[in-house]
Ligand binder design. Structure first.
Ligand SMILES: [Zn+2]
Length: 267
């Protein structure tokens, strides 16, 4: 399937074709960085969007003395609720697995993902690809759980992985190195724009809405927003890009060593 939309003017067409959406991530803020515009447009179009986070992100701070985990977890749940209010997402759930240790909870994570798929029966799933965008082990864990749960149910939803584009990385690669964004020596190569399933560039009110949602997550975005040029920040978060899982090589089985036959190959 080709690209559903390249510009915000096609957002309604894009989101109405996505149907009911399950947006499933590791930490509150992942969903807002990677899919705020798509979720907001889907809600505006009357679609059901369920957003789920495996953890409350209680260790997401460089200053744990000021932000002990219990306090930060409470605040991040509240920040996520505020961001979802901005986006119009009324169904947001935090599972509450330990931030930073999701890889130790594969059984709980897999059954969580499976439960959401069974209960919601989404048309479209939005989640991490194998690189987790940043190689954060928690992100990689959610990718594995969702991919496995989806495959175990016969791949009946459309599974879409967040990805940087080749063009996005050309523009922002140096900035991401400066930020120390990657939790690995590996680096993403990106997906060419023409291979994306969903690609939007937010502008005007839609971009402002995403920026407002991100600012609502001040424990996560405050330092960055204060530090960098607002125009660069806006340009960096304006793009949301997803590739169909059926188009990418299957890293899940390579990492878990449970190869099976009959899985979809890249097309
Ligand atoms: Zn995260």
């Amino acid at each position: 399937m080709g690209v559903l939309s390249r510009t915000v003017t096609g957002m309604n067409a894009t989101t109405s074709r996505l149907g009911t959406i399950l947006s499933i991530w590791a930490h509150p803020d992942d969903e807002t960085y990677l899919a705020a515009g798509i979720m907001a447009a889907a809600r505006d179009a009357g679609r059901r969007v369920v957003c789920a986070s495996a953890s409350a992100g209680e260790h997401g701070t460089a200053d744990p003395r000021s932000w002990p985990p219990e306090r930060l977890g409470r605040v991040r749940r509240w920040e996520a609720a505020a961001a979802m209010a901005v986006l119009g997402v009324e169904e947001h759930h935090v599972l509450g697995l330990p931030d930073g240790a999701l890889t130790d909870h594969d059984d709980a994570g897999l059954s969580w993902a499976g439960r959401l798929l069974d209960d919601l029966r989404p048309d479209t799933i939005l989640t991490f690809g194998a690189d987790g965008m940043t190689y954060h082990p928690d992100h990689n864990a959610v990718h594995r759980w969702v991919t496995r749960a989806w495959r175990d149910r016969g791949g009946r939803s459309r599974l879409l992985y967040a990805t940087p584009t080749v063009e996005h990385l050309d523009r922002f690669r140096d900035l991401y190195e400066e930020w120390g964004m990657y939790m690995s020596d590996e680096r993403p190569t990106g997906i060419p724009e023409e291979q994306l399933a969903v690609h939007v560039r937010l502008q005007g009110p839609e971009l402002d809405r995403k920026l407002t949602a991100l600012r609502a997550m001040a424990t996560q975005t405050g330092d960055l927003v204060a530090r960098i040029d607002p125009a660069i920040y806006a340009a960096q978060i304006a793009e949301e890009a997803f590739v169909d899982a059926l188009r990418v090589p299957d890293h899940d089985e390579a990492t878990t060593g449970t190869a099976r036959t009959g899985t979809a190959a890249a097309v």
